[in-house]
Write a protein that binds this ligand. Sequence first.
Ligand SMILES: [Cu+2]
Length: 139
Amino acid sequence: MRRTAPLALALVTGAVLVTGCSSDGDAGAGAGAAEKGGGAAPAGAEVHMAFTLFKEKDVAIKAGESLTFVNDNPIEHVIVQGPWEAGSDGLRTSEQDDGTFRLTVKDKGDTASQAFPTAGTYQFFCTIHKGMNGSVTVS
Ligand SMILES: [Cu+2]
């Protein structure tokens, strides 16, 4: 089906890395150094996980951008997408993994990213911790 796409992307990425050694390119870009130091994370928003909750529970990104989940503690989390409901104590009373993605982070400093190509509002949660609930609005 789409066998060739990932291979093509890998080849392109490799080519960029090889040609990235050019000092001419670096000198030219230096004049207009970016003020916002965008790191290695893809464009979008970060969601930090502190112990058993998401620090950012409602985040907004644009279509095609990613959420990058950052583990702030050495606790395993498994993040999936799907509808959930929570009681007044913040703990989920229902949840349904819709199978779109499953991200596992185990150690402090681990990150995992997920792209959201289509506008909409999506709920996500950690399957291990009942208080870890969040949502992202993609516009
Ligand atoms: Cu968790």
